[in-house]
Unconditional design. Structure first.
Length: 376
């Protein structure tokens, strides 16, 4: 089976990013007819068993029209923030209405760069996405441009889509764009430019093909931002595709042989956890018994009942090492509990945690999706 179209049979969970130029017409109005075709495709994929997350641009463009701001609302940081505050209401209303027509519940999530850089908030975002998808909702994510500044913003929704894919443990990311993929040169100025259909490795030669300009003038990204997004996605174990949105039903057109570029994830899928294994320091140690060691080797999460001792002071989302009673480091992961709470629930059954902590508990101490094995 080909990867073209990222079919549900191969990709259980995908992120679809829509650029401003596709979502908003030159007069600053939502392109409802085109959006309805896309929502129809989303509904069909959900019926086929695929979970979908939407990363939607357009808030600044929509708000700029309503406020009468020049330069599409991007004349200054203050204009962009004001336009985003107004436009985000219109954007969320459009998605809620269109998805609602298909019987789908839309869920809005607004994030900043810091929300995904801070480990505790990253875990919160990941948990929220997971729960929304389990309930059958379609999360609609955008950067919170009304409060973001140059120092704490993604700057484009291509990279945001890749980071959301990472947080949601998605299998694939689709960037619907005003171009139909990566070319060997800018096709708008070089007639000899050739489409690159598959990229297995992002190296200097691939980066040299990038053009940093946004073709529409509405968005903030260009081909360079899309390649940077591909680095994030493929490094997290997800494929990423760039395809054109300038057709009705763009996902179906791509599946049926339309043009596009696929950046392929590493086959091993370990890439999504290499940052845990090699780049982060640890804040504590959790010593486990032989039963927990066997469970981890079999790919399970760490349950409190298998914990013998908790060492160090750490917060939820901090990196900790999981060690055996003889001191061998088995694994490294992100703790779901503060160290003080971890001490209290060590050795206890998951169903007893609520009574111990007087709080709604998380059933695992470290989830397998936030853990990497270091020794077998």
């Amino acid at each position: 089976m080909t990867l073209a179209g990222f079919p549900p049979a191969l990709c259980r969970r995908i992120v679809i990013k829509i650029g401003s130029a596709l979502l908003v017409d030159p007069q600053g109005n939502p392109r409802e007819v085109w959006l309805r075709t896309l929502v129809g495709e989303v509904a069909a994929r959900r019926d086929a068993g695929q979970q979908v997350i939407i990363v939607s641009s357009g808030a600044i463009a929509l708000g700029a029209r309503r406020l009468g701001l020049a330069k599409g609302g991007r004349g200054s940081l203050e204009d962009a923030q004001a336009a985003a505050a107004v436009g985000q209401i219109a954007l969320s209303q459009a998605w809620a209405m269109l998805l609602g027509e298909r019987g789908i519940t839309a869920a809005q999530m607004l994030v900043t760069l810091d929300d995904l850089e801070n480990r505790r908030r990253y875990l919160n975002a990941s948990a929220t996405l997971e729960r929304l998808l389990s309930l059958g909702a379609v999360p609609v994510v955008n950067e919170n441009d009304s409060v973001a500044t140059a120092e704490i913003r993604f700057g484009d929704n291509d990279r945001l889509a890749a980071r959301i894919g990472q947080a949601a443990r998605a299998d694939a990311v689709v960037l619907l764009s005003d171009v139909d993929g990566l070319y060997t040169a800018n096709p708008h100025v070089d007639a000899s430019a050739m489409l690159v259909e598959n990229v297995d490795r992002i190296d200097a030669s691939v980066m040299a093909m990038a053009d940093g300009e946004s073709g529409s003038g509405m968005g903030s990204g260009g081909m360079r931002s899309k390649i940077e997004a591909a680095k994030i996605a493929t490094g997290a174990g997800a494929h990423l595709a760039i395809i054109s949105g300038h057709v009705d039903a763009p996902l179906g057109c791509w599946t049926d042989g339309g043009r596009g570029t696929i950046f392929h994830a590493a086959e091993s899928r370990r890439a999504r956890k290499t940052w845990l294994a090699g780049r982060l320091t640890t804040r504590g140690h959790i010593t486990v018994d032989a039963g927990a060691e066997r469970a981890l080797a079999n790919g399970n999460s760490l349950l409190p009942i298998g914990v013998r001792k908790v060492t160090g002071t750490f917060a939820r989302g901090d990196v900790v090492d999981i060690v055996t009673e003889d001191g061998r480091v088995l694994a490294r992961g992100l703790s779901e509990y503060d160290s003080s709470d971890a001490v209290q629930i060590a050795g206890k059954r998951s169903e007893d945690i609520a009574a111990i902590l007087s709080d709604v508990p998380r059933s695992v101490l470290i989830h397998r999706d936030h853990m990497v094995l270091l020794a077998q």
